[in-house]
Write a protein that binds this ligand. Structure first.
Ligand code: GLU
Length: 315
């Protein structure tokens, strides 16, 4: 690939202050693009109006800059609105219509609980083969509409195998099954779903490198499928290790003591960057360092495999 064409992105959702895990993924995303001489884009994923707060968005930008991470293009508190998902709904509407016109979309009346049960069965249970909404008769649909129920909308996938070389986790192969793996692209309240917005945005913004935490690995085959369906060449993906609390739990924005508000009170940018680089496996010791100093030696081969438990007392 032409190195000049390399485009990576920060894609935070402004639903809370960035935490340590977000900072690790952001540092790796930045090192990946900078070491390849590419362009970094900041896209604000403020898709969900109920969970997006512009105060957090501004703090996210400030926190990334505080650590020493910059971007060449995209949203900033003072502009770049076209890089916010909240301002791109018309485009998602067009994509939705296009998929509708292709006969790929169907309404789904399942409750959230039903959907979760279908996608995450208990061990030993046979996995659901789909929710049944796709084959509903018009009469059944009309009856639900008369009751005032609003459907979500799912896209109907083809049976296919999606393989891709993950830049960190190695070769990946997923089977998509029509019915079972159909996924929501618009919620019942009309808000477009993450999978639709992120796939369209990565394609439309010419993103070629997606670096994000490994908890999104399962979404990747769906996004690759949708990107291809929309006529794009999917980006290359690197799924970064997850930081887990010392007890093995996934870190979340609820871990208040490890969000950037507290971390910035207790660290200089170099100290925090050094600890992140050490956790990732990029430094043998947690010594202070600037992100730019890590660029020349950066390689995914050095990044630790598997979840990274947070050592007691490091923060
Ligand atoms: N906006 C998502 C988040 O903050 C990230 C989406 C992505 O990287 O694909 O979790």
């Amino acid at each position: 690939m032409d190195r000049k064409q390399i485009r990576g992105r920060f894609a935070p959702s402004p639903s809370g202050r960035l935490h340590l895990g977000n900072m690790l993924s952001s540092l790796l995303a930045w090192l990946d693009v900078r070491s390849l001489g590419g362009t970094m884009v900041f896209r604000l994923e403020d898709l969900d109006p109920e969970r997006s707060y512009m105060d957090y968005a501004a703090l996210m930008a400030e926190d990334l800059e505080w650590l020493g991470l910059d971007w060449d293009e995209g949203w900033r508190p003072e502009g770049g609105l076209e890089y916010t998902q909240g301002a791109r709904t018309e485009q998602y509407e067009q994509v939705f219509q296009r998929l509708m016109d292709e006969g790929r979309v169907y309404p789904c009346w399942c409750s959230r609980a039903q959907r979760l049960a279908a996608s995450a069965p208990h061990p030993g249970e046979v996995r659901d083969t789909g929710c049944g909404c796709r084959t509903m008769t018009d009469g059944e649909k009309n009856a639900l509409t008369r009751k005032g129920r609003k459907p979500a909308y799912k896209v109907h996938v083809d049976d296919c195998t999606i393989g891709f070389p993950d830049g960190h986790c190695g070769p990946q192969q997923f089977q998509l099954r029509s019915g079972r793996d159909d996924f929501i692209i618009r919620r019942s309240d009309g808000v477009f779903a993450y999978q639709l917005a992120v796939s369209w945005d990565d394609g439309d913004m010419g993103i070629t490198r997606v670096v994000r935490a490994r908890d999104l690995l399962d979404s990747t085959p769906k996004q690759i499928w949708l990107l291809r369906e929309l006529g794009f060449t999917p980006p290359e993906y690197c799924h970064a290790p997850l930081l887990v609390a010392p007890d093995g739990r996934k870190m979340s924005k609820r871990d208040g003591d490890l969000n950037m508000e507290t971390l910035r009170q207790n660290h200089t940018p170099e100290q925090l960057c050094g600890k992140l680089a050490y956790l990732a496996g990029l430094l043998p010791e947690p010594v202070p360092v600037r992100p730019a100093e890590l660029v020349p030696e950066f390689s995914w081969d050095k990044v630790r495999q598997g979840d990274i438990p947070l050592p007691e007392g490091l923060f």
